[in-house]
Design a protein around this ligand. Sequence first.
Ligand code: HSE
Length: 287
Amino acid sequence: MKITVPATSANIGPGFDSVGVALSKYLTIEVLGAAKRWEISHDLGDNVPTDEENLLVKTALKVEPSLAPQRIRMVSDIPLARGLGSSSSVIVAGIELANQIADLQLSAQDKLKIAVEIEGHPDNVAPAIFGNLVVASYVDGRTDHIVADFPDCDFIAFIPNYELKTSDSRDVLPETLAYKEAVAASSIANVAVAALLKGQLETAGHAIQSDKFHERYRQQLVKEFSPIKAVSQENGAYATYLSGAGPTIMTIAPRESSQAIVQQITALDLDGELAVLSVDPRGVHLS
Ligand code: HSE
């Protein structure tokens, strides 16, 4: 049995902790059979545990503590600590692993509830479960979500060659936002979401780049952001935003513009990987 989970790009500008989209990079775990102890083989580096300390196993055991140990192969092209939902993909895979092995018959809504309780916010885990664009809230223990198609476009991801921990990226955010500012920030977020749902990417792009919740505090942590935004704008992009907590810089663009944007970003000669991604419509699935 194989469980596959897509990467995710959270926030999309002003949808802070609430909006995310599933994208075409994947974590796959293959269950190879029962074992005496949990054994996770992977080539994700020395910092990723190969035993029951692995987040995959920790999550699965949280869902079903009596789960029998398994031998598992883990393969992922979702880079770690880059703002593309790598840990959420592992959490969602762990929930599905418990669901399958213990035959828990969890609904997608059940999986979301468990994932949000572990992760604290739904913007990565929800699209990892459902695929597509997900707008969700998790307030006072209640989770609500809406799944929708993302309008047709390319996602051009510049993934810098360094990690940025979510905790460090959250540390630069203010403790409070003045009431007037919060109302303005929320109106921008409302327009961004409404425009995405209506397929109006020009309007959505403007709102995405006008975020008042987090982008202005975080962009200074990612020196590649300004030059990439500038060349993307010059070449017809709808918007450039920090993916999740960064450092990945995401540009959404009409498909016909993406080649020129890729060329211009490449010409900047920055240290990182460039990938043109598309929306994953499936979310977590088995094969
Ligand atoms: N919404 C989260 C943040 C995503 O921006 O901090 C990363 O977990």
